[in-house]
Design a binder for this molecule. Structure first.
Ligand code: UDX
Length: 432
């Protein structure tokens, strides 16, 4: 079986490299020739632990290749994975399917023998039906099958998530495609991954419902953390106590800043838009979106309180600015709201992130990138631990900055309050 991944973004590149590593012959296609040339030269456009090694290894052993020629690549392949972006439309919550539909039209002209067209991109319910309709205009029903196989990869953990998935979901309305896909995933199934075969529409919805549920879980614990702060309770005890109930589970119960990233904010909005289209209401998810949007304001207000509401000329350090650790992704990171708001009130901000300088802050007044943790802390009045990078977890602030005592606001609860207070620093965290 020859595989063709269309789109070499996060989903296409990680999945393509992993499929190649499992012994498949994979061609990754992108219309961006600069990107394809960089990949051929072993340069990976995204920060993802382990991905570079995997791409280089499989390119060298000729199982993984790159091309800008979609038509030729589709013709030569049996399984076509659509992995292009589905960002939100401007000024609307609806997913923009233009890239999916464009690619489908191109595939439609290149079908020369039976192909399985598989959507890995996150797509609203019934998109598979639309893809099928487009393909039927130029091809007979016997020539193709449209399948939904959503990805559940977390940034920073994507390779591990691909190799050891909690589940593999394949939504197909035909047995033949289902059998072929099951065979493709067999190396993972034989290592214990659960394979779930469903209807195509179910697979499309499983992806959105899962992300919306995880976003709900985080938002729930964030609101409980607000209550803990008012009542002198430690949120960690609550997360552990709740998580021990097997019906709830302990993961995704870490309180912190508003959730961000490329998926949760966009997918929660897109599922609401799907519900609108089908004239039903998802009021829980609507509240989650609202609560998460308010969260950055809430945490900022706490920052103002910590600084006694005197923000002008205060020196504030951000440790980490990405939406979570192990990624360079800034999409919907809460730092994008917090840093400009503090700058507007006259604060002077330094930030240090292990993935370096961020162009997002280049036009914001008095915001400076630091090359080291130590440099970022010099002269600071308040240090905000924004992202839970391992690099920050064992810092000895007392040794790093001799003499100066700043306040620490640990938005990820990575430190023990007792230990930090012992070092002589005033310390605040979330929900405790
Ligand atoms: C997510 C899904 O987990 C993945 O299955 C999907 O396919 C893509 O979207 P990702 O966006 O990479 O993955 O990040 P994830 O690790 O899920 O975290 C999302 C956000 O939630 C981050 O802002 C993170 O900091 C936050 N989060 C996560 C919490 O605040 N608390 C938690 O307990 C877990």
């Amino acid at each position: 079986m020859k595989l063709c991944m269309i789109g070499t973004g996060y989903v296409g590149l990680v999945s393509g490299a992993c499929f190649a590593d499992l012994g498949n012959d994979v061609i990754c296609v992108d219309k961006d020739s600069n990107k394809i040339n960089s990949l051929i030269n072993g340069q990976i456009p995204i920060y993802e632990p382990g991905l570079s090694e995997l791409v280089i290894k499989n390119y060298k052993n000729k199982r993984l290749n790159f091309s800008t020629n979609l038509k030729k690549s589709v013709k030569e392949s049996d399984l076509i994975f659509i992995c292009v972006g589905t960002p939100p439309k401007k000024r609307s919550n609806t997913a923009d399917l233009s890239q999916i539909l464009n690619v489908t039209k191109k595939i439609s002209l290149a079908i020369n023998k039976f192909k399985i067209i598989i959507t890995k991109s996150t797509i609203p319910v019934t998109t598979g039906d639309e893809i099928e309709k487009i393909l039927l205009k130029k091809n007979s029903k016997k020539k193709f099958s449209v399948v939904s196989n959503p990805e559940f990869l977390r940034e920073g953990e994507a390779i591990r998530d691909f190799i050891y998935p909690d589940r593999i979901v394949v939504g197909s309305n035909e047995n033949k495609s289902n059998r072929i896909l099951k065979n493709l995933y067999n190396p993972l199934i034989s290592k214990g991954a659960t394979y779930l075969s469903t209807s195509r529409r179910s697979a499309e919805l499983i992806k959105y419902a899962s992300n919306a549920f995880l976003a709900t879980k985080i938002t729930f614990i964030n609101e409980i953390a607000n209550l803990c702060e008012k009542t002198g309770i430690n949120i960690e005890d609550i997360s552990i106590g709740m998580g021990l109930d097997k019906r709830i589970g302990s993961r995704f119960l870490r309180a912190g800043p508003a959730y961000g990233g490329s998926c949760f904010p966009k997918d929660t909005k897109a599922i609401i838009s799907t519900a609108d289209k089908f004239k039903t209401k998802l009021s829980v998810i609507e509240s989650v979106i609202k609560s998460n949007e308010n969260r950055s304001e809430l945490l900022l207000d706490r920052v103002y309180d910590i600084l006694n509401r005197e923000i002008k000329n205060k020196k504030v350090t951000f440790l980490g600015v990405t939406f979570k650790a192990n990624t360079d992704d800034m999409r919907d990171s809460s730092s994008l709201k917090m840093i400009p708001a503090l700058s507007k009130k006259g604060a002077i901000i330094k930030y240090y992130d292990p993935t370096g300088y961020k162009k997002e802050f280049s036009k914001i007044k008095n915001v400076y990138n630091s090359d080291s943790i130590k440099q970022s802390l010099q002269g600071s009045d308040l240090v905000i631990v924004h992202t839970e990078w391992n690099d920050f977890k064992s810092l000895n602030f007392k040794n790093l900055v001799k003499g100066k005592k700043f306040i620490i606001y640990d938005m990820r609860n990575i430190y023990s309050p007792e230990k930090i207070k012992k070092q002589g620093f005033k310390y605040y965290s979330v929900g405790r």
